[in-house]
Design a protein around this ligand. Structure first.
Ligand code: GLY
Length: 392
């Protein structure tokens, strides 16, 4: 157990880990190799709906690897081979998805292949998984747009609605490229990471340190155009999960590139996020809402922020700030354990209740999410397994 602040006792964390693992086991028994949906529906995961020729329970969308990553974490925590076997079944399916060319038009290849095949290689030296990870990184690189120096987030590269658009979440997709650069020795990967993250730190912030969810560049000239939202309340609001992606993503990319501007960006993301939390330390889904609002919370943003603050504390060059990030992370995690984890565990299929996927589209509002589950368990691992090495 790493040192914990008074807000986060050892017994509390151990009980939270046990409860989470019981749910991971229950979901593994129930779903086997089929994938649940992005979010629960009334606290229950259902089979992922069929879409675009991919059958019900199939591997599509950006969230399936969070199940795989959760299984890897469960295996690391317990050594139970059933969790490893479940994760490896997913890894084989991620290889199949890549080679079949299924639903790959997205920058989220980073999320998808970091938590599945890269994690497999890191944890088990799986050579086939290493090769697939490199192929996924090559595919992600096809989204790099010159002269803007950004990776396009969504859709076909010729889609006028998406062309030249990137989003703050993309920071979390960069580790796949950083890893591929280290493995292959090809400097193009690190160059793409350096340029994309520099564009984001320059343009994704407003003067008050809040962030846009998305930003457009002119794909022909490379000129930065405008910020906008996709999942936030309005273009000038601060979508809570985006701000949390900023904490974690800028911190990791600072470590990868050595670009001091990214450390500053991670600190700015953290300061704004922490200054706009309500009394229980778990944000409303958009940070325009404050104490007293009846807007839904996004507990997944809080879980991402815990991991991001703990990562920032590790790379922080100012010792006092490192202590502050750690203490605030522990306080948020304590609140998640006390108020947002299902009690009893069986009362939800999710590890964390009360998240929001996309409120403007009325999708997954006040539900559990696959990524909320993953980051909550990663947060618990970070505070309970000394020296744990992340998959990113
Ligand atoms: N990366 C998409 C989301 O956070 O909803």
């Amino acid at each position: 157990m790493t040192s914990v602040t008074p807000t986060l006792g050892i017994g509390t964390v151990e009980a939270a880990v046990e409860a989470a693992l019981s749910t991971v086991r229950r979901n593994l028994d129930r779903f086997g190799g089929a994938y649940p949906g992005d979010t629960t529906v009334s606290d229950r995961y259902l089979l992922r709906p069929a879409e675009n020729g991919i059958p019900e329970g199939g591997n599509r969308g950006w969230t399936t690897s969070f199940r795989t990553g959760t299984l890897w974490l469960a295996w690391e925590l317990t050594g139970d081979e059933a969790f490893r076997a479940g994760a490896e079944r997913d890894v084989d399916d991620f290889a199949r998805r890549l080679h079949a060319g299924e639903d790959l038009d997205t920058h989220d290849l980073g999320f998808l292949y970091t938590l599945s095949t890269v994690a497999a290689w890191r944890l088990t030296d799986d050579e086939a998984a290493r090769v697939v990870s490199l192929e996924a990184a090559e595919t992600l690189m096809t989204r790099f747009l010159e002269p803007a120096g950004i990776l396009q987030a969504w859709g076909d590269l010729s889609d006028p609605a998406q062309r030249g658009r990137t989003i703050i979440d993309s920071l979390m997709n960069m580790p796949l490229l950083t890893w591929a650069g280290e493995q292959s020795g090809n400097p193009a990967f690190a160059d793409a990471v350096r340029r994309h993250t520099a564009q984001l730190r320059t343009h994704i912030f407003r003067a008050d340190d809040s962030t846009f969810h998305t930003f457009y560049w002119d794909a022909e000239t490379g000129e930065p155009l405008r910020g906008a939202t996709e999942q936030g309340a309005f273009d000038e609001s601060c979508w809570a999960r985006g701000q949390a992606w900023g904490i974690y993503g800028f911190a990791m990319n600072f470590a990868a590139t050595g670009d001091e501007g990214l450390l500053d960006a991670a600190r700015r993301s953290a300061r704004y996020f922490l200054a706009h939390l309500p009394a229980d330390d778990v944000p409303y889904w958009d940070m325009v809402y404050t104490d007293g609002s009846d807007a839904p919370r996004d507990s997944s943003a809080a879980a991402i922020a815990v991991c991001g603050l703990l990562e920032l504390a590790q790379v922080e060059t100012d010792a006092d700030l490192a202590v502050e990030w750690t203490e605030r992370a522990h306080a948020i995690l304590a609140s998640l354990i006390e108020r947002y984890a299902p009690d009893p565990a069986e009362s939800s299929d999710a590890l964390l209740r009360h998240s929001v996927y996309d409120l403007p589209k009325d999708v997954g509002v006040d539900e559990g999410t696959l990524w909320g589950d993953y980051f909550y368990l990663e947060a618990l691992v970070r505070v309970s397994v000394p020296g744990w090495e992340k998959y990113w």
